[in-house]
Design a protein around this ligand. Structure first.
Ligand code: NAP
Length: 496
């Protein structure tokens, strides 16, 4: 990756536009910091609207040739990038931990997960089949073609700096689209490292462009109002997703939105408690509770409430908190001060309204924790529905446990949310498992497991959690238009 200038001993990274590493038009850069220490890790060129426009124009120029490149050749490049990611897993994972804070073992897992989207969509590129629809009268034929939408603008969040990029870029490129990507301000380095691997794998200039910025508004506005952009694909908060959807309506741009969640976990009294504790722990504390599919409300049937709460709190107490680069750390820092403040305010509000803290419930300070934003892994009981944490996404390491009595009550309370991304159920009863899977108004349901997602299956939400699906056989269709070709033919066979 081109090193433009040296500032205070750290590297400065450029924008990636039309296959070149270049400074922002304004000449400005912004710092990327380690959320565990507050130390500056690197500087990155700070794109503005003009830079975004140049990137969009490059993507537009690259589109005709890329969209006509045989699918098998597009696939080869995607597979090559996946192989390069695996070859460089360790440095990529370390960089991801440095900028995002997640424990190194999770970072390695994310690189593998992210490479999986490249492999999966390399295969899907070769399976973009059309249809022939039986004709309704003589002299007519009807064909259905699937064609790439065009230039795609992608906006990604900081909590999965690699996987959210490949989950969008891989299907877009597989479909034959070209892309301008704006990564999150906190974690642009992983996206830039991936751009380098795409270039190394032979991706033609302009097919993928990366424009990090410290101010998302001008870049976002250019993406929304530039007529060359045909599709906006976004992962992030519901609030920003609604804004993008409203603005995209101006040109009826296609949108895919992966937004916030508020995942319920339902643990029935017939559950295997070992599975329930392990699955809930995995879902809740991954990336310090900063994922859209993290457990945010844990409903436990009253008969097993105390047993579950005690075992779960014990498991949470034993989690090791520290800098993500230490090999055995399980919980790292929160991404920033605003994230910490939200977690703190949710816990304080719950405690003021009667919640009891079984473990945690405080900010962590002192040796090894200065400079970053740290909150102790927390378990709360004695919850009720008036608490903020019961309605809002916490995005932090806080697990509220709520008692319920009947199965019907569990579904009603779990579904009582404007979100509908992920839900989890623990039961050993197959009838109940199926009833729950069908009754829950969520795009993803984990049954007896806390981490159900893989690149091969659809990912996306009901209600205000989003529109569209990423991953699986569905993901590529978000980047394809359906075209009907009506063909009039002469049915007469000469000589017949
Ligand atoms: P966010 O504030 O919505 O930011 C997401 C991305 O949008 C970032 O790149 C951000 O840029 C950009 N952005 C913000 N305002 C914008 C604007 N006016 N125009 C254009 N772009 C804009 O969300 P976040 O706090 O980073 O991420 C956490 C949220 O993402 C949570 O709600 C979580 O549930 C959700 N999420 C959902 C999924 C899913 O698949 N459903 C996956 C992961 C996360 P800056 O970085 O410069 O602010």
């Amino acid at each position: 990756m081109t090193e433009l200038t040296a500032q205070t001993g750290t590297r400065t990274y450029g924008l990636f536009v039309d296959g070149q590493w270049e400074p922002a038009g304004s000449g400005r850069t912004f710092p990327v910091t380690d959320p565990a220490t507050g130390a500056t890790v690197a500087f990155v060129a700070d794109a503005g609207a003009d830079d975004a426009r140049r990137a969009i124009e490059a993507a537009y120029r690259a589109f005709p040739a890329w969209s006509r490149t045989p699918a098998v050749d597009r696939s080869r490049i995607l597979r090559h990038v996946a192989a390069l990611m695996r070859e460089r897993k360790e440095p990529l994972a370390r960089q991801l931990t440095r900028e995002g804070g997640k424990p190194i073992r999770e970072a390695r897992g994310e690189i593998e997960y992210a490479a999986g989207f490249l492999d999966w969509f390399a295969g899907e590129a070769e399976r973009v089949y059309g249809d022939i629809i039986p004709h309704w009268t003589f002299g007519k034929r009807h064909l259905v073609l699937k064609q790439p939408i065009g230039v795609v603008a992608a906006i990604t969040p900081w909590n999965f700096p690699a996987a959210m990029v490949t989950r969008k870029v891989a299907p877009a490129l597989a479909a034959g689209c070209t892309v301008v990507l704006k990564p999150a301000e906190q974690t642009p380095l992983t996206a830039l490292a991936l751009a380098e691997l795409f270039a190394q794998a032979g991706l033609p200039p302009g097919v993928l462009n990366i424009v990090p910025t410290s101010d998302p508004r001008p870049v976002g506005e250019e993406m929304l109002h530039n007529e060359l952009v045909r599709k906006i694909t976004f992962t992030g908060s519901t609030e920003v997703g609604k804004y993008l959807m409203r603005e995209a309506a101006g040109q009826v741009k296609r949108v895919s939105l992966e937004l916030g969640g508020h995942a319920p976990v339902i643990i029935f009294d017939d559950a295997d408690l070992d599975k329930a504790v392990a699955g809930t722990l995995a879902s809740k504390f991954r990336n310090m509770g900063q994922t859209c599919v993290c457990a945010n409300r844990i409903y436990v049937q009253r008969g097993i409430l105390d047993a579950f709460a005690q075992r779960f709190a014990e498991a949470v107490r034993s989690l090791k908190v520290g800098h993500g680069l230490e090999e055995d750390v399980q919980v790292g820092p929160l991404i920033d001060a605003a994230g910490l403040e939200k977690v703190k305010s949710h816990v304080d509000d719950a405690v003021a309204k009667g919640a009891r803290v079984l473990t945690g419930g405080h900010v962590i300070t002192g040796d090894g924790f200065s400079g970053g934003c740290w909150y102790a892994p927390t378990v709360l009981v004695d919850m009720h529905d008036e608490m903020r944490i019961m309605k809002e996404e916490t995005f932090g390491p806080v697990a509220p446990i709520i008692a319920f009595d009947t199965e019907a009550e569990a579904y009603r309370r779990a579904n009582d949310s404007r979100y509908g991304l992920a839900a989890y159920v623990f039961t050993e009863n197959i009838n109940r498992a199926l009833r729950a899977a069908e009754r829950l108004e969520y795009g993803i349901v984990g049954v007896n497991e806390g981490l159900p997602s893989t690149p091969q299956v659809p990912f996306g939400g009901f209600k205000e959690s989003g529109i569209g699906r990423e991953g699986g056989p569905y993901g590529i269709h978000e980047f394809l238009e359906v075209k009907m070709v009506g063909l009039a033919i002469d049915e007469t066979v000469p000589g017949e």
